[in-house]
Structures are given as structure tokens and as C-alpha cells.
Design a binder for this molecule. Structure first.
Ligand code: GUN
Length: 281
């Protein structure tokens, strides 16, 4: 079997187009211009690329973006001061604080200062909690994007065995919640999981979000599985997923490439969340 490639770029383009239309409709109806504030602290090279791409995507969707770059030695108080100012600005509908923040800064403390209605990353405890309860809320972008990619295959999620490898707050945990909402039978595996291959090889839907280059090999994948690779591991100037693509491609029915799979969907969902935040404001 050779897996079909899930074209994240093409699917993201559709989501971005829809966000653009909604932003325009909102402006026509209310005069509101959708605006996102992006805060970046320090000069993490990967974050630089992500932030640049997010701002460019906003421009293309007719969403105003304001970028705030703070030096790496900025105090927690100063970061919070900026977040508070943006949070009380009625023209700012979404606030994104790019992670990771420099060592010594309490990320949770900063993220909790964003009001849940402006938390377009879906990282606030209230949004994370509402996701768990199945309430309508702003939901983490990458997992939302992964669900869209899985849906694009036409396969049913309900009743399927889904395995998420990785338990981060920004991908693994919300991913598991969304799969559960879609009535999958969900297992979360992680770095301490014993006998990982015996678990992944039962997955009809496998989401790899471990952050380890080519960690999931072909032998760990169930024949015919849908494989979603969230990994973005930079090595010698090249980008690698968490899945050994050449092997996985011969076993899976559908697979996302890296780059061009999940990455573009994260940005598309950010635009979608930002427009939703503006509509709700
Ligand atoms: N760092 C890595 N991914 C993300 C993301 O989706 N949002 C933010 N704010 N930071 C990140």
C-alpha cells in the first residue's frame, strides 16, 4: 500500500479563504476590523519563522496584525503589563503570546492574563476546561487543524481507535479531547509509555506529537491507518516530522507530509479563531 498524501496546504487555503470572507462580512456589517496582537519575547529562531508566517497570513486574510517584539531579558512584569494593555484594548480581538517564553518567565501566569475571549490559541485554563466539558470555546489551533485533516480523508472518526503520542498542553491533551468529542476511542501515549509500539500499532488514527525526529517507524503503524504528523524537528537546516515518512507511507492509508501537512493548518485555524473572537466581541 502507498498512502495518499493529505495536502495540508490546500486544505489550509480553503480555511483561510473562509476566514477572509468572514472578516470582510464582519467589516461590512459592523465596521469592525479584525485585529490580532502577536507578542514575541526573545529571538528563538523557530518562533521567528512561525510569527512571520502568522503575520503574513493575517495580511492575506484582511486581518490587521500588530506585532510586539520584546528583548529576551524582559521581566515577567513587563510582559504582563503589555498583555494587560492589549487585553483592555477594544480594537484588539485576539492576543497571541508566542511560546516558548524565555527561561524564568512563568508561561502559565502570562497566558492566564489573556481573557478567554481573546485567547485565540485556546491555551487559557477556561478554554482548556471548556474543551474538556464539550462547551463551545476557542480551541487550540494545531489539534483543530489535525481534526480537519482527518476529516478531509472522508474516513469516519466515530468508534475508531485513535492514539495520540504526546501529552503537551498545546497539542497532545487538546487533540485527545477533540478526538473524544468525535467519538473516537482515545489513548494518550507519552515518553514514559511502556511497549509503545503495541499501542500505536492498534491505532486507526495515529497522531504523532512527541517532538522527536522520525520517532514513529513503519513497524509501529497499523496497515491502513491515518497518520497525522505534528512534528517540526529542524536538523541540519532540514525539517523532519515525528514520523519516518518513507516507511510510514508504505503502511498507512493517508499521511501528512512535513512540511506541508499540519503546519499550514495551525496558521489557518489561528485566523479562524481570530475572526470568531472578533465576531463574538
Ligand atoms: N509555539 C509553538 N506552537 C505554538 C502555537 O500554536 N501558539 C503559540 N502561541 N506558541 C506556539
Amino acid at each position: 500500500m502507498t498512502a495518499k498524501i493529505i495536502d495540508g496546504k490546500a486544505i489550509a487555503a480553503q480555511v483561510r479563504q473562509r476566514a477572509k470572507e468572514r472578516a470582510f462580512e464582519l467589516f461590512e456589517k459592523t465596521g469592525k476590523k479584525v485585529r490580532l496582537a502577536v507578542v514575541m519575547v526573545g529571538d528563538n529562531p523557530a518562533s521567528e519563522i512561525y510569527v512571520r508566517n502568522k503575520i503574513k497570513a493575517c495580511e492575506e486574510a484582511g486581518i490587521e496584525s500588530q506585532s510586539f517584539r520584546l528583548p529576551s531579558d524582559t521581566s515577567e512584569e513587563k510582559i504582563i503589563e503589555l498583555v494587560d494593555r492589549l487585553d483592555s484594548d477594544k480594537f484588539t480581538h485576539g492576543i497571541l503570546v508566542q511560546l516558548p517564553l524565555p527561561k524564568g518567565i512563568d508561561e502559565r501566569k502570562v497566558l492566564e492574563r489573556i481573557s478567554p475571549q481573546k485567547d485565540v490559541d485556546g491555551f487559557h485554563a477556561v478554554n482548556a476546561g471548556n474543551l474538556m466539558l464539550g462547551n463551545k470555546c476557542l480551541t487550540a489551533c494545531t489539534p483543530q487543524g489535525c481534526i480537519e485533516l482527518i476529516r478531509s480523508t472522508g474516513a469516519q472518526i466515530e468508534g475508531k481507535n485513535a492514539v495520540v503520542v504526546g501529552r503537551s498542553n498545546i497539542v497532545g491533551k487538546p487533540m485527545a479531547m477533540l478526538l473524544l468529542q468525535n467519538n473516537a476511542t482515545v489513548t494518550i501515549a507519552h515518553s514514559k509509555t511502556e511497549n509503545l509500539a503495541s499501542i500505536t500499532s492498534r491505532a486507526d488514527i495515529l497522531v504523532a506529537a512527541v517532538g522527536k525526529k522520525e520517532f514513529i517507524t513503519g513497524a509501529m503503524i497499523k496497515p491502513g491507518a491515518i497518520v497525522i504528523d505534528v512534528g517540526m524537528n529542524r536538523c541540519d537546516g532540514k525539517l523532519y516530522g515525528d514520523v519516518k515518512f518513507d516507511e510510514a507511507e508504505r503502511v498507512a492509508s493517508f499521511i501528512t507530509p512535513v512540511p506541508g501537512g499540519v503546519g499550514p493548518m495551525t496558521i489557518a485555524m489561528l485566523l479562524k479563531n481570530t475572526v470568531t473572537a472578533a465576531e463574538n466581541a
